[in-house]
Design a protein around this ligand. Structure first.
Ligand code: HEM
Ligand code: HEM
Length: 192
């Protein structure tokens, strides 16, 4: 659906580059796992399963932070394609604000989770491999506050993801333009 009617564009120039597209879908996959595990953690589980899932949560969540930092570095050094010409200034602002909130949010959120874990007295390993120092002592007041702020921010970002997906689907099925094709995997039409 993406490439239909895009013949006016220079080959490749209308889409995000391959690395940016790969980063996008890698983070989507990681967040599907991360939010699913978080949801399971919120339910009643045997102690052993809870511990294993919590370790998954810390490992995957800290990996999201690292991947987002790399993705941000890529974004700063590789210009995205220009926005569709017919996009209204309001929607352009909304989509840019959403995208930058994702970058900031998914870098800051894991750090707040780390502070929350430290306040529980839990030692966290980056990606489940590299031991991290405690981010504050057990029961420190800031870390304890993060035990509320971290899940609240996670849910806020989830709502923003829903908005973002609704926007993508609106472009794909209502406006029927090329916006979704900018980020979908696959080779460029006309180049293949
Ligand atoms: C993108 C990354 C992350 C997302 C989307 C995320 C999401 C969530 C969500 C939705 C909850 C609430 C689950 C529940 O109610 O049981 C939660 C809880 C928690 N998360 Fe994360 N998290 C992320 C990263 C991390 C990281 C990296 C750590 C630690 C290093 C962490 C530590 C925690 C802790 C300790 C809690 C329980 C808070 C409490 O009740 O005390 N999170 N997370
Ligand atoms: C975990 C969920 C998601 C997150 C965190 C996320 C994040 C992002 C970010 C940060 C960008 C901007 C990239 C940049 O300019 O550097 C972006 C672009 C985009 N995303 Fe997502 N995304 C998610 C899921 C999805 C899904 C499921 C779809 C499709 C149904 C989608 C469709 C798009 C599209 C079409 C663009 C390009 C927008 C444009 O051309 O301006 N995203 N996404």
């Amino acid at each position: 659906m993406s490439a239909a009617g895009t013949t006016t564009h220079a080959a490749g120039g209308w889409r995000y580059d391959g690395v940016a597209r790969a980063f996008h879908w890698l983070v989507v996959a990681m967040l599907i796992v991360q939010y699913s595990v978080a949801l399971l953690l919120a339910s009643f589980l045997p102690k052993s399963a809870e511990e294993a899932l919590a370790n998954w949560h810390f490992a995957m969540g800290s990996s999201v932070c690292v991947v987002m930092l790399a993705r941000l570095a890529w974004r700063f050094t590789h210009a995205p394609p220009p926005p569709p010409a017919d996009l209204s200034p309001g929607l352009r602002l909304l989509s840019r604000a959403t995208h930058w909130t994702f970058y900031a949010g998914f870098i800051v959120l894991p750090v707040l989770g780390w502070a929350a874990a430290s306040a529980h007295g839990i030692h966290v390993k980056l990606a489940g491999l590299i031991p991290l120092p405690m981010l504050g002592q057990k029961d420190n007041p800031i870390g304890k506050a993060m035990q509320t702020v971290h899940p609240a921010l996670a849910v806020t970002l989830l709502a923003l993801i829903a908005l973002h997906i609704a926007g993508a689907l609106y472009h794909a099925f209502v406006k029927r333009d090329e916006v979704l094709g900018r980020i979908l995997p696959g080779r460029d039409a006309g180049v293949a």
